[in-house]
Design a protein around this ligand. Structure first.
Ligand code: GLU
Length: 428
């Protein structure tokens, strides 16, 4: 498959947005590089008594708008280029939804599916001991990402506080509720995506679509993001005709019974062979004729290799980097609107920001309060991004970058002179 470097693509978009905005050179240069990159190695004892050396990364891209923020992923394909891209997208994402945070990301090269819970815990704690000097509630705040969850966040908080003899809950977001987690964090990415989608439809950006009801939806990825999105779309009356996970896909042209698929996945560990559906491959479902295609897994699901086969009316990119930069341009030429990751999946980090705020203020917001605030932020910024794309006659992705870069540049100029920034710099 043609897999363009996600980091190079992110930088190209930053260049394009910076050109259009004519921002000062020093801000452009800062955005084109990362602030700090940490590569760590650490030995962990496996259950069979052997010792394995793990590699992990934490990349801090930019903190002009606030502390670095972004998840930690556990995956066998984790590499520095990918983590740099993911950290850069976090800077853009936080600025797109206008929350006062910067961008960072981390990852450990491992296969979490082949590891026991005890091994995962030891690996997490080992990684935290290595990155502890550069994270913290006012410096860099990790969160869940691919194959990490609230349980992993619990281990991170415990280990970080052990390292420094502190009791700081705000060092990480996406925690369990009993440890200062926020209501609504688990479904935040999918729910944020739904709010974005509704706004895009309301503003008439999807030809012939004015409601989600009966619309044919395909979701690639059935984890915390894709699985929950499929359920929410089903509850809105959409026909979810195909879903997939890393092991395979299922299709029913009349619409899948999503609650049933969720039960099946819980019991069998995969969506494949669910009754009332036909098995298919991950690649096949991307090419189905549908109204809304939702890639919600890893990078480069839609590239120049398969873009000409895409027959969807629109693409809601819930997975980070799921549509390559070249494929994005081709889709838009074909008249297929792509709502980019930095907007579509920003609901996750938005509720992370709520969690961080609640922790710092020692408060707990109700689910209703979280949902209302999330809806307002997602809808308002979706409108702004769509408007910017329209006015500049560019893709929605470039529209989102223009909104983000202009917000970052504005803040950078003020912050450089302020004592807050100087003081924050000292902390780092
Ligand atoms: N990993 C999520 C993302 O890529 C959430 C990050 C966060 O909450 O900090 O947006």
């Amino acid at each position: 498959m043609n897999q363009s470097s996600p980091y190079e693509s992110a930088k190209e978009l930053l260049e394009e947005a910076s050109d259009r905005l004519r921002i000062e050179d020093w801000i452009r240069e800062a955005l084109m590089m990362t602030h700090r990159e940490l590569h760590v190695t650490f030995p962990i004892e496996m259950d069979d008594g052997s010792i394995k050396i793990f590699n992990g990364y934490r990349v801090q891209h930019n903190h002009m708008r606030g502390p670095f923020k972004g998840g930690i992923r556990y995956h066998w394909d984790v590499n520095l280029d990918e983590v740099r891209a993911l950290a850069t997208w976090m800077t853009i994402k936080c600025a797109v939804v206008d929350i006062p945070l910067g961008g960072g990301k981390g990852g450990v090269v491992c296969n979490p599916k082949d590891m026991s819970e005890k091994e995962l815990e030891r690996m997490t704690r080992g990684f935290v001991r290595r990155i502890a000097p550069v994270i913290g509630s006012s410096i860099d705040i990790p969160a869940p990402d691919v194959y990490t969850n609230a349980k992993v966040m619990r281990w991170i908080v415990e280990e970080y506080n052990k390292c420094f003899g502190k009791k700081d809950l705000a060092v990480v977001t996406g925690k369990p509720l009993d440890m200062g987690g926020s209501e609504g964090r688990e479904e935040a990415t999918a729910l944020g995506g739904l709010y974005v989608l509704k706004q895009v439809i309301k503003e008439g950006f999807v030809k012939g679509v004015d409601t989600l009801k009966d619309k044919r939806v395909v979701v690639q990825g059935f984890g915390n993001v894709g699985g929950i999105f499929a359920r929410l779309a089903f509850e809105e009356g959409a026909k979810v005709i195909a879903v997939s996970d890393s092991k395979g896909a299922i299709v029913n042209n009349e619409g899948l019974d999503i609650p049933k698929v969720i039960q099946h996945k819980k019991k069998n560990g995969c969506v494949g062979d669910c009754s009332g559906s036909t098995n298919a491959t991950n690649e096949q479902i991307l090419e189905l004729d549908c109204d809304i295609l939702v890639p919600a897994a890893l990078e480069n699901a839609i590239t120049t290799e398969n873009v000409r086969m895409i027959k969807a009316g629109m693409v809601l990119e819930l997975g980070n980097g799921s549509v390559s930069a070249n494929a994005d341009k081709r889709l838009s030429k074909k008249g297929i609107i792509v709502i980019p990751d930095v907007l579509a999946n920003a609901g996750g980090v938005t509720v992370s920001y709520f969690e961080w705020k609640q922790n710092l203020a020692k408060k707990h917001w109700s689910k209703e309060e979280v949902y209302n605030k999330l809806e307002r932020i997602m809808k308002r910024n979706t409108s702004l991004v769509l408007d910017t794309a329209k006015k500049n006659k560019v893709t929605v992705r470039l529209g989102a970058y223009i909104v983000a870069v202009s917000r970052i540049a504005e803040k950078a100029k003020i912050e450089l002179k302020s004592s807050h920034y100087q003081c924050f710099e000292k902390l780092l």
